[in-house]
Design a protein around this ligand. Structure first.
Ligand SMILES: [Zn+2]
Length: 352
């Protein structure tokens, strides 16, 4: 008889007792190709889009991360660099990572399994679909039923023929305005979550109304909110009142762009991107209003320039730099432990 998922966490190497999770970053990418983010630079900067990584280029790449083609993802050539990041993450107290690389971002679950086996970091992999703009025509044409079948298969049987099982659904990619494919993706995820109780993690569109709209569609399709994480709030909701209104929905609020310290946000130049200090201020607002059981953090690593090898802050940034700053800004050690350990554990554990 198959081992029951109830009370356990599904990692890429098998079911895990939740107490073994420890410190967990809930939204990262350990292998990813995100060429779909590419934004053509202005004519006079065209040549910069393919220039090699060098210290002298780092300033431009930091301000224009999505206009530098070699920056958009990492994979075969960075295997050992990611492994080193994981070993360093462990040495800083890290223990587990949720890899959110869904269909459209070119996931590699086999690599996740090998990485977990060689470094000892627990890795939970994501099923489901990223935004429509990253999908092939044939994927975008899939029916709701076909999408549900794929998600269910990746959770129960394992991705493709690998036998490697996903432990969450997401990141479920959504744009603003929402594409029809993305609506079906939310609905398919809700269908499978309502059947299996698999944890869910969502990437909202770039508008403060998007997270609310997604939760409405998700619930109308039968989804439950008790194990749902809403990602990227640090580039989606900038107003404290609106944030508290959203937190009242009862899902986990995720601040996952820690480490990005550029005010200019390429996808939407009209907004001022939060700094780490502002992310911490918003987390403090949530904690002060009684939501410390509903906060997760991560760094959403997805470009090369944020990897240690390329001069970036690396996967250990939150543990080295952000946790001390949170404590210094009046967030208690107890709340920090909830954010790093207890909340991811509760989110990731199957209740049935
Ligand atoms: Zn995302």
């Amino acid at each position: 008889m198959a081992e029951t998922r109830k009370g356990k966490v599904q990692t890429v190497t098998g079911l895990l007792q939740p107490d073994k999770l420890g410190v967990t970053m809930t939204h990262e990418h350990l292998w990813i190709h995100c060429g779909g983010f590419y934004m053509e630079p202005a004519t006079q900067n065209k040549a910069k889009s393919t220039m090699p990584f060098a210290l002298s280029n780092y300033g431009w790449i930091t301000q224009n991360p999505y206009s530098h083609q070699p920056n958009l993802g990492y994979g075969p050539d960075e295997r050992s660099d990611i492994a080193e990041e994981m070993i360093y993450y462990k040495s800083n107290g890290g223990s587990s990572i949720v890899d959110n690389t869904t269909i459209g971002l070119h996931p590699n679950k086999q690599f996740l399994k090998e990485l977990s086996e060689t470094t000892g970091v627990n890795i939970v992999a994501g099923a489901g679909y990223y935004v429509a703009a990253f999908q092939t025509e044939s994927t975008k044409a899939l029916t709701l039923e076909a999408m549900s079948d794929c998600i269910r298969h990746d959770i129960l049987e394992g991705v493709g023929e690998t036998g490697i099982k996903c432990g969450v659904i997401g990141e479920i990619g959504c744009a603003w305005p929402l594409e029809e494919f993305e609506r079906r993706s939310i609905q398919a995820s809700a269908v499978v979550q309502s059947e299996l109780d698999t944890p869910v993690i969502i990437h909202p569109g770039l508008n403060p109304d998007s997270p609310f709209e997604i939760l409405r569609i998700f619930q109308e399709a039968g989804g439950k909110l008790h194990n749902v994480v809403m990602s990227h709030l640090d580039r989606t909701i900038f107003d404290k009142e609106r944030l508290l209104e959203f937190a009242a929905e009862g899902v986990y609020c995720e601040y996952d762009l820690f480490g990005i310290e550029t005010s200019h946000y390429q996808p939407i130049p009209s907004i001022d991107m939060f700094s780490d200090a502002q992310r911490i201020q918003m987390i403090k607002v949530l904690v002060d209003n009684g939501y410390e059981d509903r906060i997760c953090i991560a760094q959403d690593m997805h470009t090369k320039h944020r990897l240690t090898k390329y001069g970036g802050h690396g996967f250990s940034h939150n543990l080295i730099n952000i946790v001390p700053k949170m404590l210094n800004r009046g967030i208690s050690q107890e709340a920090v432990n909830k954010i790093l350990i207890e909340n991811p554990k509760r989110w990731l554990t199957y209740q049935r």
